[in-house]
Design a protein around this ligand. Structure first.
Ligand SMILES: [Zn+2]
Length: 189
């Protein structure tokens, strides 16, 4: 693992894009480059999954890791920088929430700053769900995402969803079904 100046330059750009488009101050952390081999040994990720990884944020070490070859991948850096500044992660919320929100916000930031995006099909529906919510309730979504208090963040989301249920206990299908009945009421589209 080592520091890489090109990755760090892309990281700085990513931080600026997020700050500009979401109007939030971003907390910067350490960034390290890794080879696929290092990821396999250190993180125990199996070979078949490795191709999908360009970078990741690890809450336990509070560092962003960039896989060699992705030093100039702005979208990946925006995505991981967002993760590293969010209260939501895999230990406190379901994947449709923390990953869907991060994917939708990544695309929002990239498009708002006139950068091209690469879409993948993984969690596509979840991402589109959050993208719609960002359109209608951007301030509250951003407030919740960057909140330092999980209860506060979840209560903000409950307010938008207009539901009593504990959001972290719901799966995406529950949310979709609830949304057909209750979400977006009074919000137009
Ligand atoms: Zn992610």
């Amino acid at each position: 693992m080592r520091r890489d100046p090109t990755s760090e330059k892309t990281y700085s750009m990513a931080v600026q894009l997020i700050e500009k488009s979401l109007n939030r101050k971003i907390r910067k952390i350490q960034l390290l480059n890794m080879t696929k081999r290092e990821i396999e040994t250190i993180l125990g990720i199996r070979k078949i999954f490795l191709d999908a990884f360009k970078g990741f944020y690890f809450p336990k070490t509070d560092k962003i890791y960039i896989v060699d070859g992705n030093e100039e991948d702005l979208q990946t850096l925006v995505h991981e920088t967002l993760h590293s500044n969010s209260i939501f992660h895999h230990e406190n919320s379901p994947i449709w929430l923390y990953e869907g929100m991060t994917k939708a916000l990544t695309e929002f930031v990239m498009l708002k700053t006139h950068n091209s995006i690469q879409s993948d099909l993984y969690l596509k529906e979840e991402k589109e769900f959050w993208a719609r919510l960002i359109k209608t309730n951007q301030d509250i979504i951003v407030e919740a995402y960057f909140s330092e208090n999980l209860m506060l963040a979840l209560n903000l989301l409950k307010k938008i969803f207009n539901i009593e249920e504990n959001i972290v206990d719901l799966n995406f299908n529950d949310v979709k079904n609830l949304s057909n009945n209750r979400f977006f009421i009074g919000n137009g589209q």
